[in-house]
Design a protein around this ligand. Structure first.
Ligand code: SAM
Length: 255
């Protein structure tokens, strides 16, 4: 079928790709990638033959010429599959301008949904997932980052933030300073990979606990909603143990 197919690819484990994504990648006439080498590697892992199909490189900010060629190709009835470097295109990744131009030209646009680090982090964070606000990457400069956080500090949702490992300490300190030390949080690192790690603790502990550690790999920080400091099982056990120290509670428990 002609059209542009936006295809989600794994964020770590190569087998986290959908069967439909593989079908699309196997049959599209033109393959387009943010990183052509990663896409070729993924195809090779899954035994999808490239044949003599071209793999074009595309990035929103440098791709006006390629975008025009892709719109033209779809107009002529070709099928085009686009994959960003990892995860879902357009989620802190290129693809938005391309999708918009397809829509503006009234051409068929199809999504092949799949992995995204934001959702993978929410799954493991232990924080409320009923309402969440995805902030992507915050500004790298401290003043702008704090301002961006102040704007959302009272939004009654979990916050999902992407950050590079080099800046994650600075981010955690700003989160604690702007959102408050008791907000529950989770640092989700290297999701779906061998060294996957999730640290779940309030913001002051998280900032302190990681101070002396060099954080490596890819990170997502999830912060719980304001006023929703939820009790973990450990919290409940500790509180119960504390309460059982008093005679009246022991009597009540015995009764
Ligand atoms: N399009 C991707 C998605 O759907 O999640 C996001 C691409 S963005 C350029 C890369 C950022 O996503 C990383 O800096 C990190 O914050 C997050 N990320 C990607 N893969 C991850 C992983 N395996 N574990 C934790 N975070 C990850």
């Amino acid at each position: 079928q002609p059209g542009l197919y936006l295809v989600a690819t794994p964020i770590g484990t190569a087998r986290d790709i959908t069967l439909r994504a593989l079908d699309i990648l196997a049959s599209a006439e033109i393959l387009v990638a943010e990183d052509t080498r990663s896409l070729k590697k993924l195809l090779a892992i899954h035994g999808v033959p490239l044949g003599d199909r071209p793999v074009w490189s595309y990035h929103d900010h440098s791709g006006a010429g390629t975008r025009a060629k892709l719109v033209e190709a779809v107009k002529q009835g070709r099928s085009v599959a686009y994959a960003s470097e990892a995860g879902t295109p357009m989620v802190s990744d290129p693809g938005f301008d391309l999708a918009r131009e397809m829509i503006a030209a009234d051409l068929p646009l199809t999504g092949a949904p799949g992995p995204s680090a934001a959702i993978a982090a929410l799954l493991l964070s232990g924080l409320p997932t009923d309402r969440f606000l995805f902030l992507g990457f915050l500004p790298p400069k401290a003043t702008a980052r704090k301002k961006a956080l102040a704007e959302v500090s009272q939004v009654p949702c979990s916050l999902v933030i992407y950050e590079s490992p080099k800046r994650v300490h600075a981010l955690l300190n700003d989160l604690r300073d702007v959102l408050g030390s008791s907000r529950p949080a989770a640092l989700c690192r290297e999701l779906t990979k061998r060294f996957e790690e999730v640290v779940r603790t309030p913001l002051d502990d998280l900032a302190a606990e990681l101070t002396d550690r060099t954080i490596k790999g890819e990170c997502v920080v999830v912060v719980g909603p304001p006023g929703a400091a939820e009790w973990t099982e450990d919290d409940m056990r500790d509180a119960l143990a504390e309460a059982l120290k008093t005679q009246s509670v022991r009597d009540a428990a015995a009764f």
